[in-house]
Design a protein around this ligand. Structure first.
Ligand code: AMP
Length: 421
């Protein structure tokens, strides 16, 4: 199928061509005709499938049909997405696909000063991409009115719930015009998601692309069994391979991300970490450095990496195997985008073997094991029983007898004194 046969107007077709897209992805093929008809849509698709263009292209087309409205510059389409990175990327997509239309798009998100965003809003916009917190904040301050919204998109609904935005979303829906077109996207369709979709959509058509099979088919995957304490050494060793131009490394915690980046830099591998404790500007700077290949390795936590879209990302390394199987699919979906080749490798210690099993069940595939690497797994001990863990934790320090107070007293001994250099 071609974009031509989807009845897309010339200015948008031209922009799509300039982006280098030759044919629509499955989610685009299915969604664009439905959205152009004005029907509500329930889309099951993850980032990396071409989902953004699947809604951005028809929205641009529908909005550009009404030229009198363009002159008024009221917000006629609202796209709400859970993370700032994703919001920025969606905004960039709207600008790219809409560059030959007369429509204006702006992005608002938290963590940065609002002045630039409010002055852009005051200039008038047709399309607004927003994260929930900043959106409600600017609405309360009177900078944003949702009165004229014709098309509403809730993107990454599953993440939105995971991140605790459910009440913000509900508040937003209350003020949206009842007569509107709504599009709802989620990578998974758990009961809570379906319930939320039911409160937003009216007679929706359903489209779905199977993210798991997409991932499995396109991305080369491998697992290294390694002791936890040897993961840094294995990572440094892996990165000796000059074929790895850039790599996105995932850690479970913010602290872990910083630590891994530090170790890599010590090993002369230029690395930066992004996570929720970094300012938005620092995160964006790190992301840009990575995109421009000034930094070879970006170390990220799952939340921070949400929505990272780098066209030529070939390597994803799971420094830790995620404890939620779907997260694995999300992570490795950063590579192999829209048909590009990609490799995902995972470092699995003894305690993570059970997570690996769950992942293999989800993707219905055994991930090939790399044998004969320099740091093979030696400690095959399963998860330590809690008693033993406690013994280690309170080694040489008072053990709690019982109760929270006792426990906290003991915990104090484990804390590092503040303000020590
Ligand atoms: P998304 O799922 O929206 O995050 O898109 C993933 C990536 O696919 C982005 O880098 C897009 O630029 C790219 N993309 C979207 N649609 C197409 C297409 N039809 N052909 C090639 N690449 C595409």
């Amino acid at each position: 199928m071609s974009f031509n046969s989807l009845k897309i107007i010339e200015p948008i077709l031209k922009a799509i061509k300039e982006e280098g897209y030759t044919s629509p992805t499955p989610i685009q093929e299915q969604s664009i005709p439905i959205i152009l008809q004005g029907t509500d849509l329930l889309g099951c698709a993850q980032t990396g499938t071409g989902k953004t263009a699947a809604f951005a292209i028809p929205i641009l087309q529908l909005l550009s049909a009404n030229t009198t409205y363009i002159k008024k510059r009221k917000i006629r389409s609202l796209i709400v997405t859970p993370t700032r990175e994703l919001a920025i990327q969606i905004g960039e997509s709207f600008k790219a696909y809409g560059r030959n239309t007369n429509l204006r798009c702006t992005v608002v998100y938290g963590g940065v000063n609002q002045n630039k965003q409010t002055s852009s809003l005051q200039g008038g916009v047709d399309i607004l991409v927003a994260t929930p917190g900043r959106l409600l904040d600017l609405m309360n301050q009177g900078f944003i009115s949702l009165r004229d919204v014709e098309i509403f998109v809730l993107d990454e609904a599953d993440r939105m719930l995971d991140m605790g935005f459910i009440h913000d979303v509900k508040r937003m829906i209350q003020v949206l015009p009842k007569k509107r077109q709504s599009l709802f996207f989620s990578a998974t369709m758990a009961p809570a998601i379906t319930k939320l979709a039911g409160t937003i959509l009216f007679n929706p058509k359903k489209v779905s692309v199977n993210p798991e099979s997409l991932t499995v088919d396109i991305i080369k995957q491998a697992v290294y069994f390694v002791d936890k304490g040897n993961k840094n050494a294995l990572l440094a060793d892996t990165l000796k391979n000059n074929d790895i131009k850039t790599a996105l490394v995932f850690t479970r915690t913010k602290y872990g991300a910083d630590k891994v980046a530090k170790v890599l830099n010590k090993n002369n591998v230029k690395a930066e970490a992004i996570h929720g404790d970094k300012s938005q500007n620092a995160r964006q700077r790190a992301l840009n450095n990575f995109k421009e290949q000034k930094t070879r390795v970006l170390v990220a936590t799952d939340i921070a990496a949400r929505g990272i879209d780098i066209d030529e990302l070939e390597f994803v390394i799971n420094y830790e195997v995620p404890n939620i199987a779907e997260t694995y699919v999300h992570r490795i979906g950063r590579t192999g985008r829209a048909g590009a080749k990609g490799t995902a490798i995972s470092f699995c210690d003894a305690n993570e073997k059970e997570y690996l099993k769950e992942i293999e069940t989800l993707i219905s595939k055994k991930i090939p094991v790399v044998e004969g690497h320099p740091y093979p797994l030696m400690d095959n001990d399963p998860v330590k029983p809690p008693k033993q863990q406690q013994a280690k934790r309170y080694k040489g320090r008072p053990r709690p007898k019982s109760g929270v107070a006792e426990h906290n007293k003991a915990k104090k001994w484990n804390r590092k004194p503040k303000n020590t250099k």
